[in-house]
Design a protein around this ligand. Structure first.
Ligand code: PLP
Length: 337
């Protein structure tokens, strides 16, 4: 505030350098929010009206909205019922001659199974965009989410593992031409003040958010370690009536959300509330059931997504929670019947 420079200044530049550095990636561009990070990534690719983009059927609606805002067709494919992430076999089955990109979502903080997805993208020459809004610091085979594809799109919404004090987002990428285009797109299509070369947006990470994120970024790994410690308590102590997140040593889960599945989800939520334990549902309505998407999808039957949305419950698992608190939640949960 003393500098009097609020938009596109030194703090944003330094945060971009540090965020790219964290990922050992060449470029990062700060943008207004996670939805814009996805939209601007798609806009960089020069797709044409009606091209198809593959996306998981159980994602948060933002991923699908980004595709629609770019006049592209979202093709929803079902997740794997154990990881809740996009099923590579379902991707192959959904490819048509109009498919131009795969938009994977590392949901709940678990990285997708990237080896087969990278093979499919390469074989069919598809662009690969990673929605990393829930996956800061998450890894697959020791590689960070966001560094596999052409673009890694991040949200810094305050509740994220790397959260700002308001809205914020960023795109990381490898290709210099993509980087230059992202810089233009976020700032009215301009690379020189008042000279507008392409139809751009106003989507900039502001200086105050960038300076806050610069303080927080060095703590991201500690935040993730803490959340993993809490998740471990659930994993070890919750009894068999609860379906817990999949564990596999190839995946470094950062538990943006720790969710369980339970057939009596709504009663369970109320039971926990009666014990003063607040939970969330990510998400109560599947994308294909959202009013907004009527008329935009090829089909409206997604049984795996439906099942997840009907049975999922997100348990307390934030940096603010203590191990003692999570042990108490486990004790109370195990008494549910
Ligand atoms: C999977 C996913 N993608 C995209 C977004 C959009 O991020 P933002 O709210 O910053 O626009 C979110 C936000 O919650 C999300 O969970």
């Amino acid at each position: 505030m003393e500098k009097g420079w609020y938009i596109l200044g030194e703090e944003v530049k330094l945060f971009e350098k540090e965020f790219a550095g964290y990922h050992q990636e060449r470029f990062a561009v700060g943008v207004g929010n996670g939805l814009d990070a996805l939209i601007l990534s798609l806009k960089c690719c020069g797709f044409k009206y009606g091209d198809e983009v593959i996306v998981p059927s159980n994602t948060y609606i933002a991923t699908i909205l980004a595709i629609i805002h770019c006049d592209l067709v979202p093709v929803l494919v079902e997740p794997d019922h154990k990881t809740y992430n996009i099923n590579p076999k379902a991707i192959s089955a959904a490819i048509t001659d109009k498919t131009v990109a795969i938009m994977v979502v590392h949901l709940y903080g678990l990285c997708c199974e990237m080896d087969p997805i990278l093979n499919i993208a390469e074989k069919h020459q598809l662009k690969l965009i990673e929605d990393c809004a829930q996956a800061h610091g998450s890894k697959y085979k020791d590689q960070l989410a966001g560094t596999f594809g052409d673009f890694g799109a991040f949200s810094f919404y305050p509740t994220k593992n790397l959260g700002a004090l308001g809205d914020g987002g960023a795109v990381i990428c490898k290709n210099e031409a993509h980087y230059q285009k992202l810089l233009q797109l976020r700032n009215y299509g301009s690379s020189k003040k008042y000279h507008n070369d392409i139809i751009g947006y106003n989507s900039r990470l502001d200086e105050l958010q960038a300076s806050f994120l610069r303080i927080k970024l060095p703590h991201l790994d500690a935040i993730n370690t803490h959340k993993r410690k809490l998740a471990d308590i659930y994993n070890k102590n919750l009894d068999a009536q609860f379906i817990k997140p999949a564990l596999d040593e190839d995946f470094y889960h950062v538990y943006h959300i720790y969710n369980i599945l339970h057939p009596k989800r709504d009663q369970l939520k109320q039971y926990l509330l009666d014990h003063n334990i607040y939970t969330e549902i990510h998400y109560p309505v599947a994308p294909h059931d959202q009013l907004a998407l009527k008329g935009y999808l090829k089909t409206y039957t997604y049984p795996i997504a439906q099942h997840i949305h009907q049975t999922t419950l997100s348990l307390p698992c934030s940096f603010a929670h203590t191990e003692d608190q999570i042990n108490t939640v486990c004790e109370i949960l195990n008494k549910f019947n």
